[in-house]
Design a protein around this ligand. Structure first.
Ligand code: HEC
Ligand code: HEC
Length: 444
């Protein structure tokens, strides 16, 4: 059979299969609305497909944010480098890994794996990064190529850039995707500062370009200050940089309010981020942002964003379904002392009163708390419309241990967290009880 004909036949089969798939989905949804005999199976199918769609969106959808990351900031040109039609030295795979970007080993065909292993594919050449982008292998970075697949035309970023990492099974920074795990290596500030066009951002924040570049250099790995682009506060009152740890996107099922300060439910926040932080193209409105407390948001009309077409809103149910399908991961059995953890659980539930806020089974209470209740300053709380802090669910703590604990990573270890509570809440825990409590936290 001539090659072209064969392709045509394959394509039509795929198309027919796709059409069948859609009709199937429609029936499933109809069935969901009405009661039917084998409802549970059909409902699961419907749910599964929504979750699958959400996974694709979470990993690969840039919501049209290419206009910002490439059109305005020219990050695509910085990746290419002067030798490949961009500017500067370019971003080699080694540079990308050094700023915390991750590579999805499952997206690499055997010949690429062999080339990397043998050294035939140089990890110091920006051309190799372009090849990885073509394979859709750079986690959270979507490369768009010309139809022939030769020229990188733009890049966009996806949720996975910040909220996925890899298991390092191939080598450090290269492995299987771990969606929902915060990427605590990702240096967003370093990536943004690759731009040769920082002035629009500096102007937006009312700082000079050198000041902006200084701010970007201070965020550090694993941190990003979402609210800076609302209120313009780059520094905390103590003069230190204000930036929050990238949180987990797993273990959030049953959590009513998201973010460290409870800005809103998961779909509210997903839309907030996709529109206002990633600069995707959707519709978003929140009258709370039309407040002198948020001068940057007011000036830029972030309280009412309208785009036609809206590339975000219709994707929110699937995005939520996917995130809610991501359970908090369990730590390896040998990563904590089991006997001590069992004793620590008793301390957690009784003497230390942790469960009064970190209530089982979520280890969170869905109640916001004042800064005074948790004995810290109220700077970050005041930047939120709620004025409070949300109880962080504690599942999978081991997967977010890099960079410290609490919203800004102020406590570098779990022992420091426990000491904070012990000292400020007069818990009178013995050294042994504190150690057991830490082992319990490591077991969650
Ligand atoms: C540039 C990095 C970055 C990107 C990209 C990003 N996020 Fe986030 N995300 C953060 C940070 C930082 C926070 C913490 C915000 C705060 O409370 O200050 C956060 C918070 C969240 C939360 C709240 C978690 C909790 O514990 O309540 C969810 C859910 C979330 N992001 C989902 C998403 C989704 C979905 C996308 C894509 C549409 C996305 N994020 C894109 C950095 C990012
Ligand atoms: C009054 C409510 C309250 C009590 C009691 C409480 N917590 Fe918390 N906990 C919070 C809040 C709110 C946060 C989020 C603070 C932040 O991010 O700034 C938090 C954060 C944490 C974190 C950091 C999680 C992360 O991923 O950064 C740990 C660990 C923790 N608590 C453990 C405990 C332990 C152990 C106890 C008992 C000794 C305890 N908590 C008692 C409300 C409470």
């Amino acid at each position: 059979m001539p090659y072209k004909k064969k392709i045509l036949i394959i394509l039509s089969v795929v198309a027919i299969m796709a059409i069948c798939q859609c009709t199937k989905m429609e029936t499933t949804e109809n069935v969901n609305d009405e009661a039917s005999f084998d409802l549970p199976t059909k409902m699961n199918q419907g749910k599964q497909s929504l979750i699958e769609q959400g996974k694709e969106i979470f990993r690969f959808d840039a919501f049209g944010d290419e206009d910002f990351w490439s059109g305005l900031l020219h990050i695509d040109k910085a990746i290419l480098g002067e030798a490949n039609g961009g500017y500067g030295p370019g971003v080699s795979p080694n540079t990308a890994l050094a700023v915390g970007l991750k590579v999805d080993a499952d997206a690499l065909p055997p010949e690429v794996v062999a080339g990397i292993t043998s050294g035939d594919i140089s990890l110091d050449d920006p051309k190799s990064t372009i090849a990885l982008l073509r394979l859709n292998a750079v986690v959270g970075v979507k490369g768009n190529f010309d139809p022939g697949g030769t020229t990188l035309q733009s890049i966009g970023i996806t949720c996975a850039s910040c909220h996925s990492t890899v298991d390092n099974s191939f080598t450090e920074g290269v492995g299987k995707r771990l969606d929902g795990w915060p990427n605590r290596d990702l240096n967003v500030g370093a990536i943004v500062s690759l731009t040769d066009n920082a002035l629009p951002i500096a102007n937006m924040l009312h700082v000079s370009e050198p000041d902006l570049r200084n701010i970007l250099s201070l965020w550090g790995p694993g941190k990003y200050p979402a609210i800076l682009f609302m209120d313009g506060q780059a520094f905390r009152p103590d003069g230190k940089i204000a930036a929050n740890l990238i949180p987990a996107a797993f273990g959030l099922k049953g959590i009513d309010l998201t973010t460290y300060t409870g800005w809103g439910d998961i779909s509210y926040w997903n839309s907030f981020v996709a529109n206002l932080e990633m600069h995707g193209k959707g519709n978003f409105s929140d009258p709370r942002l039309n407040d002198p407390k948020y001068p940057i948001a007011v000036e830029n009309h972030f309280y009412n964003v309208v785009n036609n077409p809206d590339l975000i809103t219709s994707k929110l149910p699937a995005l939520r379904a996917y995130q809610h399908s991501l359970d908090a991961p369990k730590p390896p059995a040998n990563s904590f002392n089991q006997a001590a953890a069992a004793k620590g659980k008793a301390v957690f539930l009784t003497k230390a009163k942790c469960a009064s806020c970190h209530a089982l089974p979520l280890y969170a209470d869905n109640i916001l708390h004042t800064a005074d209740e948790i004995k810290i300053d109220d700077f970050e709380a005041r930047r939120s419309p709620t004025g409070m802090y949300r109880t962080t669910p504690l599942g999978g703590l081991f997967a977010k241990s890099k960079g410290g604990y609490y919203h800004d990573g102020r406590f570098s270890s779990l022992a420091d967290v426990v000491n904070h509570y012990n000292d400020n809440m007069s818990l009178n825990l013995t050294t042994k009880e504190k150690q057991d409590l830490v082992e319990f936290l490591k077991s969650l």
